[in-house]
Write a protein of this length. Structure first.
Length: 290
Protein backbone atom coordinates (compact mmCIF):
# COMPACT_ATOMS: atom_id res chain seq x y z
CA UNK A 1 0.00 0.00 0.00
CA UNK A 2 1.43 3.36 -0.96
CA UNK A 3 1.07 6.11 1.67
CA UNK A 4 0.49 9.74 0.85
CA UNK A 5 3.24 11.94 2.31
CA UNK A 6 2.49 14.40 5.10
CA UNK A 7 -1.13 13.24 5.51
CA UNK A 8 -2.87 11.32 8.20
CA UNK A 9 -3.69 13.86 10.85
CA UNK A 10 -0.20 14.26 12.34
CA UNK A 11 -0.35 17.19 14.74
CA UNK A 12 -4.10 17.50 14.31
CA UNK A 13 -6.58 16.27 16.89
CA UNK A 14 -9.33 14.60 14.84
CA UNK A 15 -12.92 14.59 16.04
CA UNK A 16 -15.16 11.56 15.67
CA UNK A 17 -18.30 13.66 15.65
CA UNK A 18 -17.09 15.29 12.44
CA UNK A 19 -16.32 11.92 10.88
CA UNK A 20 -12.67 12.88 10.55
CA UNK A 21 -10.86 9.94 9.01
CA UNK A 22 -8.37 11.25 6.53
CA UNK A 23 -7.53 9.24 3.44
CA UNK A 24 -3.88 8.12 3.43
CA UNK A 25 -3.84 5.54 0.65
CA UNK A 26 -2.59 6.65 -2.75
CA UNK A 27 -4.20 3.76 -4.65
CA UNK A 28 -7.67 4.62 -3.34
CA UNK A 29 -7.14 8.30 -4.10
CA UNK A 30 -6.10 7.48 -7.66
CA UNK A 31 -9.11 5.21 -8.14
CA UNK A 32 -11.47 7.97 -6.99
CA UNK A 33 -9.93 10.61 -9.21
CA UNK A 34 -9.80 8.30 -12.23
CA UNK A 35 -13.44 7.33 -11.79
CA UNK A 36 -14.46 10.99 -11.44
CA UNK A 37 -13.13 11.46 -14.99
CA UNK A 38 -12.51 15.14 -14.41
CA UNK A 39 -12.31 17.21 -17.58
CA UNK A 40 -11.21 20.80 -18.19
CA UNK A 41 -14.82 21.98 -18.25
CA UNK A 42 -15.82 20.36 -14.98
CA UNK A 43 -16.94 22.40 -12.00
CA UNK A 44 -16.68 20.11 -8.97
CA UNK A 45 -18.09 20.20 -5.44
CA UNK A 46 -16.21 18.56 -2.58
CA UNK A 47 -17.81 18.12 0.85
CA UNK A 48 -15.41 17.85 3.80
CA UNK A 49 -11.97 18.46 2.21
CA UNK A 50 -10.24 17.86 5.56
CA UNK A 51 -6.51 18.39 5.05
CA UNK A 52 -7.01 18.64 1.30
CA UNK A 53 -5.69 15.34 -0.03
CA UNK A 54 -8.56 14.81 -2.49
CA UNK A 55 -8.82 18.56 -3.11
CA UNK A 56 -5.24 18.69 -4.42
CA UNK A 57 -5.71 15.59 -6.55
CA UNK A 58 -8.86 17.03 -8.18
CA UNK A 59 -7.09 20.31 -8.95
CA UNK A 60 -4.12 18.44 -10.40
CA UNK A 61 -6.49 16.58 -12.70
CA UNK A 62 -7.33 19.94 -14.25
CA UNK A 63 -10.94 20.74 -13.26
CA UNK A 64 -12.24 24.19 -14.23
CA UNK A 65 -13.26 25.05 -10.66
CA UNK A 66 -13.55 23.32 -7.29
CA UNK A 67 -15.85 24.33 -4.43
CA UNK A 68 -14.85 22.78 -1.11
CA UNK A 69 -17.26 22.96 1.85
CA UNK A 70 -15.66 22.33 5.26
CA UNK A 71 -17.23 22.62 8.71
CA UNK A 72 -14.15 22.50 10.94
CA UNK A 73 -12.32 25.81 10.90
CA UNK A 74 -9.32 24.23 12.63
CA UNK A 75 -8.51 22.94 9.15
CA UNK A 76 -7.92 26.47 7.80
CA UNK A 77 -4.11 26.14 7.96
CA UNK A 78 -4.25 23.08 5.69
CA UNK A 79 -6.58 24.61 3.11
CA UNK A 80 -6.03 28.35 2.98
CA UNK A 81 -2.47 28.17 1.68
CA UNK A 82 -3.69 26.00 -1.16
CA UNK A 83 -6.58 28.38 -1.93
CA UNK A 84 -4.27 31.42 -1.98
CA UNK A 85 -2.09 29.78 -4.66
CA UNK A 86 -4.99 28.32 -6.61
CA UNK A 87 -7.66 30.64 -8.08
CA UNK A 88 -9.73 27.63 -9.20
CA UNK A 89 -10.41 26.69 -5.56
CA UNK A 90 -13.23 28.32 -3.54
CA UNK A 91 -13.39 27.41 0.16
CA UNK A 92 -16.78 27.61 1.90
CA UNK A 93 -16.69 27.35 5.71
CA UNK A 94 -19.83 25.91 7.30
CA UNK A 95 -22.16 22.94 7.52
CA UNK A 96 -22.82 21.40 4.10
CA UNK A 97 -26.34 20.48 5.24
CA UNK A 98 -27.20 24.11 5.92
CA UNK A 99 -25.40 25.68 3.02
CA UNK A 100 -27.35 26.68 -0.07
CA UNK A 101 -25.29 24.72 -2.59
CA UNK A 102 -27.75 25.85 -5.27
CA UNK A 103 -26.22 29.34 -5.01
CA UNK A 104 -22.68 28.20 -5.85
CA UNK A 105 -21.11 29.96 -8.80
CA UNK A 106 -19.88 28.60 -11.13
CA UNK A 107 -22.48 25.88 -10.64
CA UNK A 108 -21.06 22.37 -10.03
CA UNK A 109 -21.77 19.42 -12.34
CA UNK A 110 -20.03 16.79 -10.21
CA UNK A 111 -19.64 16.08 -6.52
CA UNK A 112 -16.60 14.09 -5.42
CA UNK A 113 -16.18 13.56 -1.70
CA UNK A 114 -14.94 11.43 1.15
CA UNK A 115 -17.82 12.56 3.34
CA UNK A 116 -18.49 12.42 7.06
CA UNK A 117 -20.49 9.19 7.30
CA UNK A 118 -23.02 10.51 9.82
CA UNK A 119 -24.51 12.92 7.25
CA UNK A 120 -24.63 10.52 4.28
CA UNK A 121 -28.41 10.26 3.89
CA UNK A 122 -29.46 13.90 4.41
CA UNK A 123 -26.51 15.14 2.34
CA UNK A 124 -27.36 12.99 -0.68
CA UNK A 125 -31.06 13.94 -0.41
CA UNK A 126 -30.21 17.61 -0.41
CA UNK A 127 -27.80 17.31 -3.36
CA UNK A 128 -30.35 15.31 -5.40
CA UNK A 129 -32.44 18.48 -5.46
CA UNK A 130 -29.75 20.07 -7.61
CA UNK A 131 -30.05 17.38 -10.29
CA UNK A 132 -32.51 19.52 -12.27
CA UNK A 133 -29.87 22.27 -12.42
CA UNK A 134 -27.22 19.89 -13.74
CA UNK A 135 -25.46 18.36 -10.70
CA UNK A 136 -25.79 14.78 -11.92
CA UNK A 137 -22.58 12.88 -11.26
CA UNK A 138 -21.86 11.97 -7.63
CA UNK A 139 -18.88 10.00 -6.35
CA UNK A 140 -18.75 9.35 -2.62
CA UNK A 141 -16.82 7.40 -0.06
CA UNK A 142 -19.46 6.01 2.30
CA UNK A 143 -19.73 3.42 5.06
CA UNK A 144 -20.21 -0.07 3.61
CA UNK A 145 -23.64 -0.40 5.23
CA UNK A 146 -24.73 2.86 3.60
CA UNK A 147 -23.64 1.44 0.22
CA UNK A 148 -25.80 -1.63 0.96
CA UNK A 149 -28.84 0.58 1.55
CA UNK A 150 -28.25 2.97 -1.33
CA UNK A 151 -28.10 0.05 -3.79
CA UNK A 152 -30.74 -2.20 -2.16
CA UNK A 153 -33.36 -3.52 -4.53
CA UNK A 154 -37.03 -4.06 -3.71
CA UNK A 155 -37.77 -7.00 -1.42
CA UNK A 156 -34.67 -6.59 0.73
CA UNK A 157 -34.52 -5.41 4.30
CA UNK A 158 -31.96 -2.70 3.42
CA UNK A 159 -34.42 -0.94 1.12
CA UNK A 160 -35.08 2.64 2.30
CA UNK A 161 -36.52 5.90 0.92
CA UNK A 162 -33.30 7.31 -0.52
CA UNK A 163 -32.59 4.02 -2.33
CA UNK A 164 -36.02 4.26 -3.99
CA UNK A 165 -35.39 7.89 -4.98
CA UNK A 166 -32.06 6.92 -6.54
CA UNK A 167 -33.58 3.97 -8.42
CA UNK A 168 -36.11 6.20 -10.17
CA UNK A 169 -33.65 9.04 -10.86
CA UNK A 170 -30.70 7.12 -12.27
CA UNK A 171 -28.18 4.45 -11.36
CA UNK A 172 -25.96 3.69 -8.37
CA UNK A 173 -22.83 1.60 -8.74
CA UNK A 174 -20.46 0.21 -6.13
CA UNK A 175 -16.98 1.12 -7.31
CA UNK A 176 -14.67 -0.47 -4.73
CA UNK A 177 -14.27 -1.57 -1.12
CA UNK A 178 -11.92 0.46 1.07
CA UNK A 179 -10.60 -1.10 4.29
CA UNK A 180 -10.04 0.87 7.54
CA UNK A 181 -6.26 0.76 6.99
CA UNK A 182 -6.62 3.34 4.20
CA UNK A 183 -7.52 6.11 6.70
CA UNK A 184 -5.93 7.90 9.67
CA UNK A 185 -7.28 7.46 12.22
CA UNK A 186 -8.71 4.10 11.22
CA UNK A 187 -12.52 4.04 11.23
CA UNK A 188 -14.24 1.13 12.97
CA UNK A 189 -16.22 0.33 9.83
CA UNK A 190 -15.52 -0.73 6.25
CA UNK A 191 -15.97 1.82 3.50
CA UNK A 192 -16.93 1.82 -0.15
CA UNK A 193 -16.72 4.21 -3.05
CA UNK A 194 -20.05 4.55 -4.82
CA UNK A 195 -21.05 6.37 -7.96
CA UNK A 196 -24.46 7.89 -8.64
CA UNK A 197 -25.39 9.04 -12.13
CA UNK A 198 -28.72 10.87 -12.37
CA UNK A 199 -30.62 10.94 -15.64
CA UNK A 200 -34.38 11.33 -15.10
CA UNK A 201 -37.34 12.33 -12.90
CA UNK A 202 -35.66 15.43 -11.47
CA UNK A 203 -39.05 17.08 -10.85
CA UNK A 204 -39.78 14.62 -8.02
CA UNK A 205 -37.29 16.37 -5.78
CA UNK A 206 -39.24 19.63 -6.04
CA UNK A 207 -42.41 18.01 -4.71
CA UNK A 208 -42.92 17.47 -0.97
CA UNK A 209 -45.47 14.78 -1.86
CA UNK A 210 -42.71 12.51 -3.21
CA UNK A 211 -40.38 12.59 -0.22
CA UNK A 212 -43.37 12.74 2.16
CA UNK A 213 -44.89 9.64 0.58
CA UNK A 214 -41.65 7.64 0.78
CA UNK A 215 -40.87 8.59 4.37
CA UNK A 216 -44.39 8.00 5.56
CA UNK A 217 -44.59 4.63 3.79
CA UNK A 218 -41.33 3.39 5.36
CA UNK A 219 -42.00 4.92 8.80
CA UNK A 220 -42.80 1.61 10.49
CA UNK A 221 -41.32 -1.18 8.49
CA UNK A 222 -43.41 -3.98 9.95
CA UNK A 223 -46.66 -2.26 9.02
CA UNK A 224 -48.41 -2.58 5.68
CA UNK A 225 -48.38 0.29 3.22
CA UNK A 226 -52.04 0.91 3.95
CA UNK A 227 -51.44 1.22 7.68
CA UNK A 228 -48.45 3.50 7.27
CA UNK A 229 -50.19 5.77 4.78
CA UNK A 230 -53.69 6.18 6.20
CA UNK A 231 -53.99 9.62 7.72
CA UNK A 232 -51.26 11.09 5.50
CA UNK A 233 -51.88 14.64 4.24
CA UNK A 234 -55.64 14.89 3.87
CA UNK A 235 -55.94 12.10 1.31
CA UNK A 236 -58.74 9.67 1.90
CA UNK A 237 -59.56 6.16 0.77
CA UNK A 238 -55.99 4.94 0.76
CA UNK A 239 -57.06 1.44 -0.08
CA UNK A 240 -58.72 2.74 -3.26
CA UNK A 241 -55.71 4.93 -4.12
CA UNK A 242 -53.30 2.01 -3.74
CA UNK A 243 -55.45 -0.28 -5.88
CA UNK A 244 -55.80 2.46 -8.50
CA UNK A 245 -51.98 2.50 -8.72
CA UNK A 246 -51.96 -1.30 -9.12
CA UNK A 247 -50.59 -1.94 -5.62
CA UNK A 248 -51.83 -4.49 -3.10
CA UNK A 249 -52.63 -2.46 0.08
CA UNK A 250 -51.27 -5.33 2.19
CA UNK A 251 -47.80 -5.03 0.71
CA UNK A 252 -45.00 -3.35 2.65
CA UNK A 253 -42.98 -0.37 1.47
CA UNK A 254 -39.88 -2.48 0.93
CA UNK A 255 -41.80 -4.76 -1.51
CA UNK A 256 -42.32 -2.06 -4.14
CA UNK A 257 -40.16 -1.52 -7.20
CA UNK A 258 -39.38 2.00 -8.42
CA UNK A 259 -42.10 1.85 -11.11
CA UNK A 260 -44.77 1.07 -8.53
CA UNK A 261 -43.66 4.10 -6.48
CA UNK A 262 -43.88 6.30 -9.56
CA UNK A 263 -47.33 4.97 -10.33
CA UNK A 264 -48.53 5.63 -6.76
CA UNK A 265 -47.02 9.10 -6.79
CA UNK A 266 -48.68 9.84 -10.16
CA UNK A 267 -52.09 8.70 -8.88
CA UNK A 268 -51.80 10.88 -5.77
CA UNK A 269 -50.53 13.91 -7.67
CA UNK A 270 -53.49 13.69 -10.04
CA UNK A 271 -55.90 13.51 -7.10
CA UNK A 272 -54.28 16.47 -5.37
CA UNK A 273 -54.09 18.61 -8.52
CA UNK A 274 -51.54 21.34 -7.92
CA UNK A 275 -51.94 21.24 -4.14
CA UNK A 276 -48.61 21.62 -2.38
CA UNK A 277 -47.55 19.04 0.20
CA UNK A 278 -45.12 20.06 2.89
CA UNK A 279 -41.97 17.94 2.73
CA UNK A 280 -41.00 16.05 5.89
CA UNK A 281 -38.24 17.25 8.18
CA UNK A 282 -34.79 16.55 6.77
CA UNK A 283 -34.94 12.78 6.42
CA UNK A 284 -32.41 10.83 8.44
CA UNK A 285 -31.12 7.39 7.67
CA UNK A 286 -30.43 4.73 10.26
CA UNK A 287 -27.53 5.65 12.57
CA UNK A 288 -24.29 5.44 10.74
CA UNK A 289 -20.87 6.76 11.65
CA UNK A 290 -17.25 5.89 11.78
N1 LIG B 1 -11.85 14.44 2.38
C1 LIG B 1 -10.84 14.35 3.43
C2 LIG B 1 -11.47 14.34 4.82
C3 LIG B 1 -12.51 13.28 5.09
S1 LIG B 1 -13.06 13.28 6.77
C4 LIG B 1 -9.99 13.11 3.21
O1 LIG B 1 -10.39 12.29 2.41
O2 LIG B 1 -8.95 12.98 3.83
C5 LIG B 1 -14.61 14.16 6.66
C6 LIG B 1 -14.45 15.69 6.58
O3 LIG B 1 -15.75 16.27 6.58
C7 LIG B 1 -13.72 16.30 7.76
O4 LIG B 1 -12.78 17.24 7.29
C8 LIG B 1 -14.81 17.01 8.56
O5 LIG B 1 -14.34 18.12 9.30
C9 LIG B 1 -15.78 17.41 7.45
N2 LIG B 1 -17.17 17.60 7.89
C10 LIG B 1 -17.84 16.96 8.89
N3 LIG B 1 -19.12 17.35 8.96
C11 LIG B 1 -19.29 18.27 7.94
C12 LIG B 1 -20.39 19.04 7.50
N4 LIG B 1 -21.59 18.95 8.09
N5 LIG B 1 -20.20 19.89 6.47
C13 LIG B 1 -18.99 19.99 5.85
N6 LIG B 1 -17.90 19.28 6.24
C14 LIG B 1 -18.05 18.43 7.27
Amino acid sequence: MSRLPGEGAEGFRTLRRYGQNFLVDRGVLEDIVRRAAIGEEDVVLEIGPGQGVLTRALLERGCAHLHAVELDERLRPYLEGLASREPRLSLHWGDALRMDCGALSPFPRKVVANIPYNITTPLIWSLLRLGARGLRHHLYMVQKEAADRLTASADTKERYPLGVALEVMGAVERVRRVPPSCFRPRPRVDSEVIEIVLSRNFHLMEDGLWSGLLHRAFAQRRKTLFNNLKGFEGLEDWEGRLREAGIDPRSRAEDLEGDAWLSLYGTLRTRLGGMAVRPPEMPEGPPCGR
